[in-house]
Design a protein around this ligand. Structure first.
Ligand code: AMP
Ligand code: MG
Length: 326
């Protein structure tokens, strides 16, 4: 007869064989939303895993069609064209994302502000173009989240200032990742990773072990500053190396300080960990603008949220729940 110990070992071994043999991980990559979308899905029914991976990509396409500022027909573009002159009815989806954005504007005293786009649209990082001082000054009149009026009863949006433009680049990828995970889970998937550029969410573990996610060094593509084991978690990174150009030793990049209309320069990179990607996404952009001191203070006040910051002197700073990470 087998002893209990042997039984346990046998069960563990057979479980390992099951996961290893019954099905491989399905991996899909695509270029959507101006970034690389990557998903890894496991299910003992390989066809279901395939379907889920396709659903992830379809979800990203859908969110891009409604929230891209580069697509003339997107709902976001429509809002930017019309919301200053009328109260515009919008979809539940846009309403929810804009409402969450305003929540983070309040939480960060305006460091996170989707109306940054009122000056932000004048930067063209690929062509190394930026607005001059006087143009920035002019457009700053449109930068203030308080210019956005949402009406929950009628599901409308209105801009109280004619210069206002909004952009959801600091939160939409996180929203899309959460939606993709939720849809895959509704299909019956319990083990999946979805990444959209700097925003990732993980459901379940990786064959009985945590996923290990490496955080890239901001100055060295090949170096990793931390490796974090994760299960059921979201993480987002914002860095000044993502979209930028350098001019006379100054870096102009895609995260804008709403107070100045210029790129935020207190830190080089921020990684946030938490339960949902929409929140980690908004918070990585927020803390990037706030800088290390105010940013860490904000993180300490939020339950279930942790962060890693590389400040503008290259110092590595961790929130209190991560002090033991290597
Ligand atoms: P992320 O890489 O998630 O930090 O997002 C960067 C994107 O957020 C930029 O490309 C802009 O679309 C948007 N963004 C830039 N500055 C701000 C800001 N101060 N508040 C909200 N969104 C911003
Ligand atoms: Mg972000």
């Amino acid at each position: 007869m087998l002893s209990n110990k042997h039984m346990i070992i046998l069960i563990v071994v057979s479980m390992l064989l099951n996961t290893a043999n019954s099905s491989e991980w399905v991996v899909h990559n695509a270029e959507i939303m101006g970034t690389t979308i990557h998903t890894e899905v496991w299910h003992h029914d390989h066809t279901l895993a395939q379907r889920a991976a396709e659903l992830v990509m379809q979800t990203m396409q859908e969110v891009n069609q409604s929230m891209s500022p580069y697509i003339e027909t997107s709902e976001l573009s429509l809002i930017n064209h019309k919301a200053a002159s009328q109260k515009l009815s919008i979809s539940d989806e846009l309403y929810a994302v804009i409402k969450r954005s305003l929540y983070y504007s309040e939480k960060t005293q305006g460091a996170f502000d989707i109306t940054f786009a009122s000056v932000g649209y004048l930067y063209d990082y690929r062509h190394k173009q930026r607005p001059d001082e006087s143009k920035i000054k002019q457009q700053l009149a449109g930068v203030n989240y308080r210019h956005i009026e949402l009406d929950e009863n009628n599901m409308t949006i209105h801009f109280k200032q004619p210069k206002v433009r909004i952009d959801l680049g600091g939160i939409a990828k996180g929203y899309a990742v959460d939606l993709a995970i939720q849809r895959a889970n509704a299909l019956g998937i319990e083990h999946i990773l979805v990444t959209a550029g700097g925003d990732t969410r993980i459901l379940g573990d990786r064959q009985g072990r945590p996923w290990v996610i490496g955080i890239r060094h901001p100055f060295n593509r090949d170096k990793v500053i931390a490796k974090i084991p994760l299960v059921n978690e979201a993480l987002s990174t914002s860095g000044d190396y993502e979209r930028y150009f350098d001019e006379d030793g100054v870096r102009y990049h895609h995260i804008i300080d709403p107070n100045t209309g210029d790129s935020a320069r207190k830190v080089h990179s921020v990684t946030i960990l938490g339960p949902a990607a929409m929140d980690t996404d908004a918070l990585s952009t927020s803390v990037f603008v706030l800088g290390a001191t105010q940013g860490l203070k904000l993180l300490e006040s939020l339950k279930g949220i942790e962060g890693i910051i590389v400040d503008n002197e290259g110092n590595l700073l961790f929130s209190s729940g991560l002090q033991n990470v290597e």
